[in-house]
Design a protein around this ligand. Structure first.
Ligand SMILES: Nc1ncnc2c1ncn2[C@@H]1O[C@H](COP(=O)(O)OP(=O)(O)OP(=O)(O)O)[C@@H](O)[C@H]1O
Length: 313
């Protein structure tokens, strides 16, 4: 488990992370979501003891990183995949890491197998593609068989196959009961990868909730209905104060309604339906809506303090 309590980091006058509190639990992939410059990397660096918080703290299994007895066996991280000596082979890079951390050399071939690099283990890591480098970075994170894994923007620059592989791999690690915390500014990618979300903007918490709650709670909710009696249905909806727009002939989109409401109304009035579909807002919609609220609040206050918005909790 990872717990951030009032975590704050200032670089001179710049507040990179501002009073951030959240919890990351085992058994799920938790997405750490925010636009560029939101403070994700800074937060992850503080988790790993690479940066000192200005105030507050972050605990890994109840302890600050520097108090962990066996850091690599507790938490593994992929921060920068190109952090490897270019002339070393993948295997010798991992052997060196294992040796300097008191990990048995036999673990090296295990982790190379886990990430699918066994066949290229003797090749120069400097010649690896980005996707292979990411796999090597993940192998390094797994060396100590840690229960907690941090990945900073692991799919950046990868092709669809590489993205798919990383997504499945992270989900597999979470299914083994590990804590998997992965940052991204790619909201659509996170909606496919993460069950839980910690969302930040300008260093502040915007939401901590399930991905589903985030989309349902913040995105727009509407219903699409196709009917040969669309005009009759439209009038019935209007009588109940529901606004319907005709997107195509015989197709209505009804804002702020549920499929239950529309389906029951149609049945009560003998209106034939050919389609009844909930239209969920995308994660992008939800994010834009929430961050724009934060910006509006910021403008109203005029002091840079955006109120964190809790979604669904
Ligand atoms: N060493 C530093 N000195 C000064 N400012 C910094 C430093 N590190 C980060 N920042 C600033 O802190 C803010 C948060 O940066 P951070 O890299 O943590 O964001 P991020 O969410 O990881 O963004 P990205 O997706 O672009 O990496 C940014 O405005 C950045 O310019």
């Amino acid at each position: 488990m990872i717990e951030a309590h009032g975590l704050t980091k200032r670089y001179g006058p710049k507040v990179a992370v501002n009073d951030l509190s959240f919890t990351v639990k085992p058994g799920h992939v938790t997405g750490f979501l925010g636009p560029n410059g939101a403070g994700k990397s800074t937060t992850m660096r503080m988790m790993l003891g690479l940066d000192r918080p200005t105030s507050g703290q972050v605990l890994i299994d109840g302890k600050p990183y520097h108090e962990l007895k066996h850091p690599l066996r507790t938490v593994g991280a992929l921060l920068d995949a190109k952090w490897v000596h270019p002339n070393r082979s993948a295997r010798s890079h991992l052997r060196w890491l294992a040796k300097s951390n008191g990990i048995a050399a036999s673990r090296v071939d295990q982790v190379l197998g886990m990430v699918g690099l066994s066949d290229v283990a003797g090749r120069r890591a400097g010649g690896f593609s980005l996707g292979m480098s990411q796999r090597l970075g993940i192998a390094a994170a797994l060396l100590g068989d840690p229960q907690i894994l941090l990945f900073d923007e692991p799919v950046n620059g990868l092709d669809p196959e590489g993205i798919h592989w990383i997504r499945r791999f992270m989900q597999g690690l979470a299914a083994e009961g590990r804590t998997v915390f992965v940052s991204s500014h790619l909201l659509s990618e996170m909606s496919l990868t993460a069950e839980e979300l910690v969302v930040i903007g300008r260093g502040q918490l915007i939401a901590q909730c399930s991905t589903e709650e985030f989309v349902n709670g913040a995105g727009s909710r509407s219903v699409l209905v196709r009917s040969p009696q669309a005009q009759q249905l439209r009038q019935l909806l209007a009588q109940r104060g529901l606004r319907a727009q005709e997107s195509e002939p015989n197709t209505l989109v009804i804002d702020d309604a549920t499929t239950d409401q529309v389906g029951e109304l149609a049945a009560q009035n003998g209106v034939v339906l050919h389609e009844l579909t909930p239209q969920r807002g995308s994660l992008e919609d939800a994010f834009m809506q929430l961050t724009s609220q934060a910006v509006e609040y910021h403008t109203a206050l005029g002091n840079g303090a955006a109120e964190p918005t809790s979604v669904g909790r």
